[in-house]
Design a protein around this ligand. Structure first.
Ligand code: PMP
Length: 287
C-alpha cells in the first residue's frame, strides 16, 4: 500500500499524469528513510533534509512535519514488514510542458514502502568492491533531486566494471559514491569529506560521525585527497539502506589487507547497537 496525493491505495492502482514535471523534467526531490522494527529512523533529520531540498528548488512544502509524520506512519502501518525502507517523493506537479515554474501547480506527493534488507553478514565480512570514477555530476549534489541520471550512469559504470559502488573524485578530491557517502581511514584516523554543494549530506554520514565522536574515535572532517583514498588503510560506504559497509577492493586492488579494517568493524558494530536505540532520534550523546 502506498500514499499518493491524499489517497492510500495499492501500488498497482496508483497513477500519475504524463505531464507531471517529475516525469517530464525530473523536477522533484525525494527521501529514503529506514524503518527498524516499525520505528522510523531519524525522521526529524530526514524531514529537515527534505525541507532543505525543497527550499533549494523553490518548492513550497505541502505538509507540516506533523502531517508528514502521520502520513509516513500510516504507510508503515499499512505494510506488513517490521523493517521497511520508506521512499518519499515530491514533484512540482502537473503542468503544460515549459521549463519555467508553473504559476499554479499542486505538488505530487508519493510515499511508498519497500522491504528493508540490510547487508548480509557475509557481505559485511567480505566487504564490497568499488572503482574510482570522475565525478561528472552537476554542482548541486547537496540537493536530493529525483533527477539522478548522473548518479545512474556512474553506478552503472561501476556495475559494468564488476564493482558494487564507485568512489567519486573531483579535482583531485573524494566526493562520495553514486548512492552513498564514502569515508577513508589512514593511520587510525577516520577521514570524512566535509559537507558542501558537492556531496549529499547523508543521514548515515551524520550518524557515523556522531558515533565516532561519542566513542572518542580519531576522526577528521576535511577534504580527502585522491592520494589519501588510493593509499587508505580502510574505506567504507554509508547509506540508509546499506548502513555501514566496508570497501575492501578498490580498482581491483586490496584496500589495506583486503579485509574489513578495525575502525570499519567498530563503526558497523556501533551502528548495529544504536540503530534500535531511540536516543538516535535526537543524535548520539557522548556516553
Ligand atoms: N550520497 C548519495 C548520492 C546518495 O544517493 C545517498 C543515499 N542513497 C547518500 C549519499 C547517503 O545518504 P543517506 O545516509 O541519507 O542515505
Amino acid at each position: 500500500m502506498i500514499y499518493l496525493n491524499g489517497q492510500f491505495l495499492p501500488l498497482e492502482e496508483a497513477r500519475v499524469p504524463v505531464l507531471d514535471r517529475g516525469f517530464i523534467f525530473g523536477d522533484g526531490v525525494y527521501e529514503v528513510i529506514p524503518v527498524y522494527e516499525r520505528r522510523v529512523f531519524r525522521l526529524p533529520q530526514h524531514l529537515a533534509r527534505l525541507q532543505a531540498s525543497m527550499d533549494a528548488i523553490g518548492l513550497s512544502n505541502p505538509h507540516s512535519v506533523d502531517q508528514w509524520r502521520d502520513l509516513i506512519e500510516r504507510v508503515v502501518a499499512l505494510n506488513t514488514l517490521a523493517d521497511q525502507s520508506i521512499y518519499l517523493q515530491v514533484t512540482r506537479g502537473v503542468a503544460k510542458r515549459d521549463h519555467a515554474f508553473p504559476l499554479e501547480a499542486v505538488p505530487t506527493v508519493l510515499i511508498m514502502s519497500n522491504p528493508l534488507k540490510p547487508p548480509s553478514i557475509a557481505l559485511r565480512e567480505s566487504g564490497v568492491s568499488a572503482v574510482t570514477l570522475a565525478d561528472n555530476r552537476w554542482l548541486r549534489c547537496d540537493i536530493k533531486s529525483i533527477a539522478l541520471l548522473g548518479n545512474v550512469l556512474l553506478r552503472q559504470a561501476a556495475v559494468a566494471a564488476g564493482a558494487m559502488e564507485c568512489v567519486l573524485l573531483r579535482d583531485g578530491f573524494l566526493t562520495e559514491g553514486a548512492a552513498s557517502n564514502i569515508f577513508a581511514v589512514r593511520a587510525g584516523v577516520l577521514l570524512a569529506p566535509p559537507k558542501s554543494n558537492l556531496i549529499l549530506p547523508g543521514i548515515t554520514y551524520d550518524v557515523v560521525l556522531e558515533l565516532a565522536r561519542a566513542s572518542s574515535l580519531n576522526h577528521e572532517v576535511r577534504p580527502v585527497s585522491e592520494a589519501e583514498v588510493r593509499g587508505a588503510d580502510e574505506l567504507m560506504l554509508t547509506s540508509s539502506t546499506r548502513e555501514v559497509l566496508p570497501i575492501t577492493i578498490l580498482d581491483g586492488k586490496n584496500v589495506g589487507d583486503g579485509t574489513p579494517g578495525p575502525l570499519t568493524r567498530r563503526l558497523m558494530q556501533l551502528f548495529d547497537r544504536h540503530k534500535l536505540d531511540l536516543r538516535l532520534e535526537n543524535g548520539v550523546k557522548a556516553s
